[in-house]
Design a protein. Structure first.
Length: 262
């Protein structure tokens, strides 16, 4: 029997000791929320033959040992953008906490047996929130980029929905306070094109080095990204996703958030 690792890296997943089965509410595009759980169908990723050939052997073995990796694509572009903004600068645990606070305080809910599960607030709700609302959540620093993104999403989402992933990354960067990291992370989350994920970030560097500590990984982001691209070639997307999955698998939680950037 082939085992499969199901990623719950998105900070919208709710997992508690009393209710260990992860559930997540997502925007249903009409101001309400829909439930995403194990009964839905995630996308399943497998390593192509020869994909790991150029990787350091310990990392290659660790990625192969994962077996197939399953992940739910975020069905709402707004959710993907807002989540990437929340993840800017801060560590994964803090991002998860802020995400949960924002959802619970201002997002639409789905009733479940375990109680209400909240999705992120809509762009309209974000624009209606006051400075005091953001301060009460400990998210003053996130107010401006979230408002910028909400206004841009309301203006441009029909156009964005028609763009191929690479162009979407470019268009998102026209929004103030959305830079290459945020645009790439949001687009990968929304489209599952992981070749667009900012693979030089701390998460990929951390788990690659954890699996293959004796390999001479470049310490800086740009040097690592160039080296990673050379090692992974045409398989950069799936190998990046598997490396993130490796971190989530061993940590029992999402991999580290990126260093300060937008």
């Amino acid at each position: 029997m082939v085992t499969m690792f199901l990623m719950h890296d998105h900070p919208g997943w709710e997992i508690t000791a009393d209710n260990p089965a992860p559930v997540r509410a997502v925007d249903s595009r009409n101001g309400s929320a829909a439930l995403l759980n194990a009964s839905a169908r995630p996308e399943v990723f497998r390593l192509p033959a020869g994909a790991c050939a150029a990787l350091p052997p310990p990392l290659a073995a660790a990625l192969r040992d994962l077996g197939p990796v399953a992940r739910f694509r975020t069905p709402s572009l707004w959710d993907a953008i807002a989540t990437a903004i929340i993840r800017q600068v801060i560590r994964a645990g803090q991002a998860r906490l802020q995400h949960q606070r924002l959802r619970t305080a201002h997002g639409p809910a789905v009733a479940t047996e375990r109680g209400p599960v909240h999705a992120l607030p809509s762009p309209q709700t974000i624009l209606e929130m006051t400075d005091d609302d953001f301060a009460a959540l400990g998210m003053t620093f996130k107010a401006r980029p979230l408002r910028n993104a909400a206004a841009a999403y309301l203006d441009h989402s029909p156009k964005w929905a028609e763009l191929p992933p690479g162009r979407l990354v470019e268009e998102l960067q026209t929004v103030p306070r959305i830079g290459p990291w945020t645009a790439g992370a949001a687009t990968a989350d929304f489209t599952h094109d992981w070749s667009l994920y900012p693979y030089g970030d701390l998460a990929v560097r951390t788990w690659a080095a954890t699996a293959a500590p004796d390999h001479p990984w470049p310490a800086d982001e740009h040097g690592f990204a160039a080296h990673w691209r050379a090692l992974t070639g045409e398989h950069v997307g799936v190998l990046t996703l598997f490396t993130l999955a490796l971190g989530a698998h061993h940590a029992g939680a999402p991999a580290p958030s990126p260093p300060p950037r937008s």
